[in-house]
Design a protein around this ligand. Sequence first.
Ligand code: FMN
Length: 365
Amino acid sequence: VTDSDEGFRTLGDLEAAARRKLTDPLWDLVEGGAGEERTVEANRAAFRRYALRPRAFADVSSVDLAAPILGTSFDAPFFVAPTAYQGSIHPDGEVATARAAAAAHVLSVFSTVSTLPLERIAGDAPAFPRWFQLYLQPDFSATEELVRRAEAVGFTAIVLTTDVPVLGSRDRQYRSGLAIDRAVPFGNGSKVIIAARHPTAHGATYRLPPPADATWEIVDRVRALTRLPLLIKGVLTAADARQAIVHGAKGIVVSNHGGRQLDGARATLDALPEVVDAVGTHAEVYLDGGVRRGSDILIALALGARAVGIGRPILWALATGGEAGVARYFELLKMELAISMAIAGRRSIAEIDRTLVERVSAAPS
Ligand SMILES: Cc1cc2nc3c(=O)[nH]c(=O)nc-3n(C[C@H](O)[C@H](O)[C@H](O)COP(=O)(O)O)c2cc1C
């Protein structure tokens, strides 16, 4: 790991370095959660309720981060979670992220509401596996068109996000007054929509437009559009994990949208064990929400996640220096994971098992 020009020397410096680069409204957009941000905090707090149980003298002369994700081997068990509007964070937008991820052999997932068209993301970065995150559109033909475009340019899986029938009450984002949905063009076309900001009231009844009327049947319809594997993002219960399997999902992302949707929703790490148990060998399970350090990755993997998604830190890294910032971030996070694995006595991702963690009632000192 070399010294950097990106304004952060350690993972712990990154957030402050990004804060210096972004305007107040953009900062609120990135950081903000729903309501009182209880779920944002819960995601982090959950990691503090687990402690690691390292093993000694395990010949850690070689530590291998190689991680199989849906049949492809990546160089780390973490991936870029889909985040909207990366072009508002850095002019190179999603292409910077895609290039850094490809160079680092890290999986990346790109949002329906990217700033650049998905064809540009695929075309301006080296060929490398990456996934497309799908938001259902009001009109199924528009959903179909997005899936076909992603498949045509080589995206290797579709990740259907379930937890946005309506935008959460994003107090911090709305207070700052950034009309991001008007300020930033949608790269995938002016027809693409993101969920309604709020329902319309009719007496005691609050109505939401399509696609808020979607039921699990929509998963079958989306799956029928493509030969690509379909994953479901936004699962927090065993019951929904079972539904995802019944409807043919190959992967499940345990996620609460980084605390941006339902304030008070459980921490993802607390939801992980029951989802892993419910899914068994029927699909792969991933987690996102509050993953910040090498130790967090060890804990999530020990509890059964195949890999973890990283949301805000990628945007922080993008803000500090575009592609170089994200590249630097991957370098630091991989290094910290390798260090943590060595000291924990784990030489490979496969050796990170349930015996590595214990639940503790309070934060370890
Ligand atoms: C600014 C921002 C935009 C996001 N946009 C999307 C999106 O377009 N689609 C989606 O499925 N998730 C979106 N997410 C949620 C992330 O994919 C992920 O679930 C979350 O950020 C993980 O938590 P973390 O930020 O604590 O790592 C967004 C998150 C942030 C912070």
